[in-house]
Design a protein around this ligand. Structure first.
Ligand code: SAM
Ligand code: DTB
Ligand code: SF4
Length: 336
């Protein structure tokens, strides 16, 4: 049985997506913003806070990641955190305004003993009234089902880049491994959070191909994080040429056009983004951010800085998940 929504497309070709990228910026922004406004409150942003629940010594070799055992980044290793510590961090994130708590672990895949502890974390964070998200590496069908039963709302597992560029970035797990985890999560009925990273030295054609992969999944991910590479000293990608900010904005806008009903998250990399660049991303269709001064191991803007930005832009924070706030009809233009 197809679960596809008939108004959403899953048959995008690369030339079609490349043509979206190639448009004059104003035309692309106008298109993306119109689609955004027809689906969402354009002034509403969802806030997710991140916590690294197990840090460092990861056996995978992702070239961007400071937590890989293969690189020399100065990350303080931390075994799996206690339940009480995780719950107290989640409560603090809720008090600061986050609606979703995302727990990340530097694993290739979780062991059952560890998954049992993570399941308790999901239950307790949910009991605080927050949405839960995990990113633990690869999952099989049974693990995905266990997390569904525990009440997990979202699982984050990124495709990271195009199938063609992927081998330049990671050699210890395949693109197909990632697609299988996504399928297991989807089949278990857990919402999928899946996006990628730009600014890793890939070509525009790779950004096109990555977004094609995301949009042509059997169902669009409910949440699409677009990360700008955070360059961390000691990782192979440190010293990479920075991606032009306008190219990043284009990537956000094209994500919005391809996946009109997905929540697009302006994810890692905001620490070095200007207010103006973030404003353009929100106009282009981003409607979620990571909130709080830490991502997993690297810095993120402080809550106060983000509150000031929201106030300046007239943005408000979603109290319910944005899915619930979707407009049935396109919004009227703003009354000035
Ligand atoms: N170990 C698990 C995995 O990779 O599936 C979960 C944690 S991992 C840190 C989650 C995601 O964070 C990665 O897939 C990648 O997209 C993103 N990420 C990691 N390091 C990053 C960096 N330096 N800059 C931008 N995004 C990064
Ligand atoms: C995602 O797409 N980005 C987040 C989250 N999912 C887990 C992680 C960003 C990590 C940035 C580098 C770090 O802080 O270690
Ligand atoms: Fe490990 Fe995840 Fe980092 Fe890759 S991105 S090295 S899997 S923690």
């Amino acid at each position: 049985m197809s679960r596809q929504n008939p108004v959403l497309r899953h048959d995008w070709s690369r030339p079609e997506i490349a043509a979206l990228f190639d448009q004059p910026l104003n035309d692309l922004l106008f298109l993306a913003h119109g689609i955004h406004r027809a689906q969402f409150d354009p002034n509403e942003v969802q806030l997710s806070s991140l916590l690294s629940i197990k840090t460092g010594r990861c056996p995978e070799d992702c070239s961007y990641c400071p937590q890989s055992v293969h690189h020399d980044a100065a990350v303080a290793e931390e075994p799996l955190l206690d339940l009480a510590q995780v719950v107290s961090e989640a409560a603090a994130a809720k008090a600061a305004g986050a609606t979703r708590f995302c727990m990340g672990a530097a694993w290739r895949r979780p062991k059952q003993k560890d998954l049992n502890q993570v399941i308790e974390m999901v239950k307790e964070v949910k009991a605080l009234g927050m949405e839960t998200c995990l990113t633990l590496g690869m999952l099989d069908a049974d693990q995905s089902q266990q997390l569904k039963v525990a009440g997990l709302d979202y699982y984050n597992h990124n495709l990271d880049t195009s199938p063609e560029f992927y081998g330049n970035i990671i050699t210890t797990r395949t693109y197909q491994d990632r697609l299988e985890t996504l399928e297991n999560v989807r089949n278990a009925g857990v919402n999928v959070c899946c996006g990628g990273i730009v600014g890793m030295g890939e070509a525009r054609a790779d950004r096109v191909a990555m977004l094609q992969q995301l949009a042509n999944l059997s169902e669009h991910p409910e949440s699409v994080p677009i990360n700008m590479l955070v360059q961390v000293e000691g990782t192979p990608l440190a010293g990479q040429d920075e991606l032009d900010p306008i190219e990043f904005v284009r990537s956000v806008a094209v994500s919005r056009v391809l996946m009109p009903q997905s929540v697009v998250r302006l994810s890692a990399g905001r620490e070095v983004m200007s207010d103006e660049m973030q404003a353009l991303c929100f106009f282009a269709g981003a409607n979620s951010i990571f909130y709080g001064e830490r991502l997993l191991t690297t810095d993120n803007p402080s809550a106060n800085k983000d509150k000031a930005l929201f106030s300046k832009l007239g943005l408000h924070v979603s109290v319910a998940p944005p899915e619930a706030a979707r407009c049935a009809e396109p919004s009227a233009p703003l009354a000035l």
